[in-house]
Design a protein around this ligand. Sequence first.
Ligand code: CBF
Length: 861
Amino acid sequence: DVERSQAKTDSLPVEHLPHPKNDPDSIEQDVLSKVSYTIGADPKALTTKQTYRGLAWTVRERLIDSFNKTQEYWKSKDPKFVYYLSAEFLMGRSLTNAVYNLGLEGEYGEAIRKLGYSLEDLQDQEQNASLGNGGLGRLAACFMDSIATTDLPGWGYGIRYKYGMFKQGLDKGFQSMAPDIWLSAGNPWEVYRPELAYRIGFYGEVKDGKWIPAESVNAVAYDNPIPGFGTNNVTNLRLFESQPVNEFNLDFFNEGNFDEATQEKRRAEDISAVLYPNDATDYGRELRLKQQVFFVSAAIQDVIARFKEQHSDFNELPNKAVFTMNDTHPTIAVAELMRLLIDQEGLDWDNAWAITTKTLAFTNHTVMPEALEKWPVKVMTKLLPRHMEIISKIDSIWKGSLADRVKAQIEAEPKAEAKAAASEESSLVPEDTEAGEDPVDAALAKYGIICENPWEKGVKLVNMAFMAVIGSKSTNGVAAIHSDIIKHTIFKDFYEIYPEKFQNKTNGVTPRRWLAYCNPGLRELITKTLGSNEWIKHLEKLSGLKQHAEDKELQAQWRAVKQENKQRLAKYIKANVGVDVPTNAMFDVQIKRIHEYKRQHLNMFSIINRYLEIKAASPEERKKFVPRVCVFGGKAASAYYMAKKMIRLVTAVGEVVNNDQEVGDLLKVVFLPDYNVSLAEVIIPAAELSHHISTAGTEGSGTSNMKFQMNGCLILGTMDGANVEIAQEIGKENMFVFGVDAEDVPRLREERKDFKDYDPRWVKVMDSLLAGQFGDAEYFQDLVDNVNDMTKSNDWFLLANDFADYLRAQKDVDELYKDQDEWTRRSILYTASSGFFSSDRCIDDYAREIWEVEPVAVPSS
Ligand code: CBF
């Protein structure tokens, strides 16, 4: 067959295939031709939507042209690849990014002008690809951009969800949710590959070591070409859709049973239907696990199939492939790779284990328990019986070696001191070992992959994060402080046993989307000041701005750019929530997922305090206030009761403050619904102050902090996540830092006092809420209790404790804003110091220190 297809290929004149031409006239012609023949519309009466679609298809063609060349070149070189396994890819829109990364902005700009549009008009027609929740998914998208830009052979793998992150609306100030039907107008950015389908099994039984699944689906591939900037390389994000093996049962249909006839199809399609199905039900929980094994198995099968085209010895696999597991969602990869190597490829256990542990890498993004998945053994055994067998064996081998180590450690110390040793840093015996409890049992209970559910006696769970650490070659955190915390908390024993496995890789974001493209005014100003645009690919070159930070002329131009961006945002606010905001006020922003640990309510309490202070001030005193426009955005998980209350708190306060004549333009509070990538691209360039105020020790890294920094927005933050490193880069004195340090958090949680003993301004704020000053007091009662009522050991995130220092920092902000020259100097300094936070740097660190993958640039032909 191979010979035949070779002969056929040789006889075809493929070298004469026309490649797209990139001059404006050819692009214009191309758009009109796509509108006629691909979209089927009348080019003489074009709508904006049709023009966007026609245009996108022309960009797609150019992308595919380079994509094909890249894949062909890589195949001929056979380098080692990194495969980024992620349940989330929050890509946003593709049009502008693709045109700019291909280096065709001038040509496209002119062609679009000739058609009577601007790139901005057309890009607004595109739906956001919101296949992710927040930071984790957006990081994966930034990484794809950097993998392509730095010429790394690397692909992403995930799920082509039919419905992305829900669309958020506001219904009388409360969050409302609607499905995100992002594919309704088609998707020109993907290439459907029906010929690439992998069989994924579920349920059934294992007989004589062979798994016979009771249910199967096909994982069918869609390729999404990802262009690099300033390179010929175009790489791939391969997303799988779940399709039934048997589309339609004619027998059932003929019996008049239409539901049964399509049942298999519906069950199969459920798997790739929704990002994070609600896991409140058994079906939802099982579906999530199905999704995970679905895309992970398809990805690994796909890689093995390509590997086998060029190799026959599986010991070569770690030299050709590394799979990086983005958080715990893809960690079933440990068992799946073992299963495929043993059951399909015939390797023995030891050999398969040696290959697996050299081919997988694991990144932990958070210490929040909800993201450290633990699956009930019962669910796993039912859904994935063969995987469960493999996991049990990995667990028993691990527990055996852990028991030996604990015994050896105890023997090395006098018996009587064993308990005392338990509290020492270097002991494998858990600190909380009860008197009389066997230390070996205690260690196994605490660090076993299979462990008892502490909340439900007799229920066993599989700790996916532990399996990932044991089954992979490295484990890393995403900011220096976070990597340090995981070594001493959630992975303490693993760190002691395998210190060499633990690394830090501080996150980064792509400077293309997050500075060069979303902030064209600043891009031009930076390029003019530095004399070249090389910084877009080598972000460290921004440091050249430092020497100009005090230049008054530059400062004036810098402010003018910010002002223009503020006007753009003000227009958006008016159009979307109907509030007029003054553009001479400070634009103060907090945009991120709504979560108690991120403390949007702390920000709100300080806004209420500001409001009360303005109200209490005389007209003369009011003149001293710095006017602020406070902007919030973010989604609350559908089942997260308190987060939804936090949104209502913002809108309720906004309703009062924005309509208070006495306050006027001194304070505005707006919540912008449906926060997503495109909205962030409008908000971030306009922001002057941004809040990154999580309780120290709770945020993995944060990445919006880096985006704000790049755009010259000053930061008000705690010493948490990547804020710590941002402060190092810009100088701590240039950031507004407040709050307790991570090491003091456990002690302060013990010492929480009654809220009446905290700052009197805190008490006033709470009283105002409970007195109904911002509407329904009853509704806010449990939000207030949550941060106050000591009998329920609340205020886990220490809001009351940090409040006074937060207000102190806010005061520093106001004072500095009055000195616009100094504020602008700092703003320039922030941008100048952001080079380290490029995802190009981060990817390069991963490539060298974990993945061991080298760049392979496609030469210009
Ligand atoms: O590392 C990327 C981001 O991941 C999270 O969003 C996550 O675990 N879901 C963390 O919460 C962020 O701190 C982190 O920046």
